[in-house]
Design a protein around this ligand. Structure first.
Ligand SMILES: Cc1cc2nc3c(=O)[nH]c(=O)nc-3n(C[C@H](O)[C@H](O)[C@H](O)COP(=O)(O)OP(=O)(O)OC[C@H]3O[C@@H](n4cnc5c(N)ncnc54)[C@H](O)[C@@H]3O)c2cc1C
Length: 334
């Protein structure tokens, strides 16, 4: 791409915090700029405070553009996407990077449409080659590697899966003092938006699994007793519960609790797979979870290579033990 190339990384600051995803995106942006020999910068919807600015600087962020009034658009990603496209156009950005979370994956097609750009979702690796830039991603439950070539004739919008983001500080990157500027869209993008006066946090027991933060899921390795224990555990921990297709087929839950290719595609901070073999159809729906922990009595279960942490154990022992520990911790009966 060369020195004229410019990478614009959209960093969401949920609750005003530069979280793991944000740090991962900064590390990704710095690395991508090195790979493509391009300059880079960051767009944010929430103005960072001085502590956050230092964190941005640790990743060598050269500049930060605060999209003015964008905070009010966070609930309407399509409008925020139009704003980001306007900024990308003004900055002549050649690559626009977003996280592949709810917000980023909703904004990305809007940005691509507005800019007439190419789009690559769930991008993982980028390699310059004589015919253009080779972009690779994993598809179909991370089992298939797909590579496409971007010839640079139009901008590229890319979303990066959260699992591919690492907060590592590259040794090649020098810390910076980012230059912060504001940017205001010339054209009105929002129209008359209602003012948000408060937010009610979602109840993990009833929230749509696609929005859940922490999910404990039951597979066919659960019997009726361990399944009831799991549901009790989820209530005590105030986390969401999901199931695999065979458990749904038993009629133990509604379809809305089924996770996987036919069921819900989920992206929680933590996914705990209990008695789940790890079929392609199930893993396809959980692969973007930030952290996957699996418990299975079979050490060769395919779920383990897809998990960040695995325990070979019998649920009949694990669940009662977990339940009594949690009850003891929160002050209930052991
Ligand atoms: C077109 C299509 C779409 C599909 N869509 C989905 C989908 O959306 N979601 C989905 O989940 N499936 C889907 N499936 C089904 C999928 O292929 C698998 O059959 C299913 O995911 C397996 O579920 P499981 O892991 O609960 O059961 P199993 O594969 O039977 O695994 C049970 C696991 O529990 C372990 N176990 C047993 N006892 C214990 C114990 N006491 N303690 C600990 N571990 C124990 C076993 O070692 C085993 O690994 C789909 C299939 C098709 C053909």
């Amino acid at each position: 791409m060369g020195a004229n190339g410019k990478i614009l990384v959209f960093v969401d600051l949920p609750g005003g915090e530069l979280d793991e995803t944000g740090r991962g995106l900064l590390s990704y942006g710095a690395r991508l700029a090195g790979t493509l020999d391009a300059s880079w910068g960051v767009a944010v919807a929430v103005t960072p405070d001085s502590a956050q600015l230092a964190a941005f600087g640790a990743y060598g962020t050269p500049y930060i553009t605060c999209v003015e009034a964008a905070e009010t658009l966070l609930d309407t990603p399509a409008l925020l996407g139009r704003c980001l496209a306007g900024l990308a156009r003004d900055e002549a950005a050649t690559v626009i990077v977003l996280p592949h979370n709810d917000l980023g994956s909703t904004m990305a097609p809007v940005v691509a449409h507005e800019l007439g750009a190419a789009i690559m979702t769930e991008l993982v690796t980028v390699r310059p080659s004589p015919d253009g830039v080779r972009l690779s991603r994993r598809a179909l439950g991370v089992r298939i590697a797909e590579t496409r070539v971007w010839d640079g004739s139009c901008p590229l919008v890319a979303t990066v899966p959260l699992r591919a983001l690492s907060q590592v500080l590259l040794s090649t990157v020098r810390p910076s003092s980012p230059v912060v500027t504001g940017w205001h869209s010339g054209a009105p993008v929002s129209g008359a938006l209602p003012t948000i006066i408060g937010r009610i946090p979602a109840d993990p027991q009833t929230v749509d699994l696609t929005e859940a933060e922490v999910i404990f899921s039951a597979g066919k390795g659960c019997d009726p007793a361990t399944f009831e224990q799991l549901k009790e555990l989820c209530k005590l921990l105030n986390v969401s519960f999901g199931v695999t297709r065979p458990v749904y087929d038993l009629g133990w839950t509604g379809f809305e609790r089924m996770v996987g290719q036919t069921g819900r595609t989920v992206t929680p901070r933590l996914y705990v797979a209990l008695g789940i073999s790890g079929s392609m159809h199930h893993v396809g729906g959980i692969k973007d979870s930030r952290r996957i922990v699996a418990v299975n009595s079979d050490a060769k279960a395919p779920v383990f290579p897809n998990a960040d942490e695995g325990f070979v154990a019998d649920l009949k022992e694990v669940l009662p033990c977990l339940l009594s520990r949690v009850k003891a911790t929160i002050g209930g009966a052991p």
